[in-house]
Design a binder for this molecule. Structure first.
Ligand code: ATP
Length: 143
């Protein structure tokens, strides 16, 4: 059996996930970062993207809007600004947020905060990707 480690995902004071996992992939500031048991301690900023955790052949995917991850000897802690499980994602809302951000980036108003619009775009894309994973899984279960 694969070795597990404790993972906690906390989002604005709410514990979204707490349990043992075998592997974790997070959207680190320097790209996708994989974590297995006994990973060296580290701290990193998270970008908007997908957090994928696996245990016993089961995969859980969360959309995170950014935050921090700390790998400690006893557990891994993710502190996210906002975070949703696939089934809680409002697809239409994410599509609208994506459209808004794309329009802002296409014709930036003078003095517009480009980084903010880019972050909004990345958040919406992450939400849509995570929702799509859930949709594909549901379809696969039915067939
Ligand atoms: P919007 O412009 O639609 O508000 P946003 O990216 O600015 O999107 P955030 O500031 O990241 O939104 O999140 C605010 C709150 O709304 C958080 O609690 C987040 O979990 C929730 N949220 C945002 N978008 C969605 C969505 N598409 N589905 C479900 N919850 C969402």
């Amino acid at each position: 059996m694969a070795i597990t480690f404790k993972l906690e995902v906390v989002c604005i004071g709410n514990m979204v996930f707490s349990g043992e996992v075998e592997s974790l992939v997070v959207p680190g500031i320097e790209g996708q970062l994989g974590v297995l048991a006994h990973h060296a301690p580290l701290m990193t900023i998270l970008e908007p993207g997908e957090v994928v955790m696996k245990k016993g052949g089961e995969e859980t995917v969360l959309a995170v809007s950014g935050g921090f991850m700390e790998v400690r000897p006893d557990k891994v802690v993710i502190l996210a600004d906002a975070c949703e499980r696939a089934e809680d994602i409002d697809i239409r809302r994410a599509e609208e947020a994506k459209k808004r951000a794309e329009e802002r980036l296409k014709c930036p108003a003078p003095g517009m905060d480009l980084a903010r619009a880019e972050a909004a775009l990345r958040r919406s894309i992450a939400r849509l990707r995570v929702a799509e994973v859930a949709r594909r899984r549901k379809t696969a279960q039915k067939s």
